[in-house]
Design a binder for this molecule. Structure first.
Ligand code: C5P
Length: 228
């Protein structure tokens, strides 16, 4: 008898598409594990910063990606997952723009992506995995059972980001955010290593104007036959 592989549901897409929230809710609903691959890139960016590395020094950054210990811990009271970098709780730091920018820089180094491959694949455990990222369906889990590519118009993503930053009291304009998002889209799609693009067998979902619950329901519908 051949054993069925542990099912994987990949959710890829640009930032602001709602991937993080949707992935978390879908994983909770299915009772599956969750891989936030962006957190791994952020953790390496953070560790490189702590070591004072020059992010353009690809050898040093690659060594950092190979040796950094990254752990996830779910608090017993059900609060948000904590991310431990070399034993240190770095959850709050990882969310900052500085870590996001560092993650984006080191993510363009092919050897760094290679160093994180096994780590990402080790999350594939029964009863199933929801993997959130940019290249989950194309590179990390090309054999995934269900692949979703989640998008939203650049205008909608800029509005979501604007709301988040305003709530944090930051002084930004919608026009600037929109320009940044459009520039990042072009860069992400054009980069030579793991460019942001949907897998050929991915289901495209455009979340523009869609409430979160509706997107979650749509993704769960795709996963229905793999639920126990
Ligand atoms: O998703 P998040 O914003 O946390 O990701 C941080 C950065 O890590 C992204 O801007 C992207 O450059 C990189 N990343 C990646 N591949 C992934 C996940 C994240 O290149 N699978």
């Amino acid at each position: 008898m051949t054993r069925r592989p542990v099912p994987v549901l990949t959710i890829d897409g640009p930032s602001g598409s709602g991937k993080g929230t949707i992935s978390r809710r879908v994983a909770e609903a299915l009772g599956w594990h969750l891989l936030d691959s962006g957190a791994l890139y952020r953790a390496v960016g953070f560790a490189a910063g702590m070591e004072g590395l020059d992010l353009s020094d690809t050898e040093a950054v690659t060594r950092c990606a190979q040796t950094t210990r990254i752990g996830f811990r779910d608090p017993k009271d059900g609060g948000e997952t904590r991310v431990l970098v070399n034993g240190l709780d770095a959850t709050d730091e990882l969310r900052t723009e500085t870590c996001g920018a560092a993650a984006s820089a080191i993510a363009a180094i092919p050897a760094v992506r290679a160093a994180l491959l096994d780590k990402q694949r080790s999350f594939r455990k029964a009863p199933g995995l929801v993997a959130d990222g940019r290249d989950m369906g194309t590179v990390v889990f090309p054999d995934a059972e269900i692949k979703v590519f989640l998008t939203a118009s650049a205008e909608e993503r800029a509005r979501r980001r604007y709301k988040q930053l305003k709530e944090k009291g930051l002084n930004v304009t919608l026009a600037t955010l929109l320009r940044e998002i459009q520039a990042r889209d072009v860069r992400d799609a054009a980069r030579t290593v793991a460019p942001l693009r949907p897998a050929a067998d991915a289901v495209l979902i455009d979340s523009t104007g869609m409430p979160i619950e509706q997107v979650v329901a749509k993704v769960l519908e795709l996963a229905r036959k793999y639920r126990q």
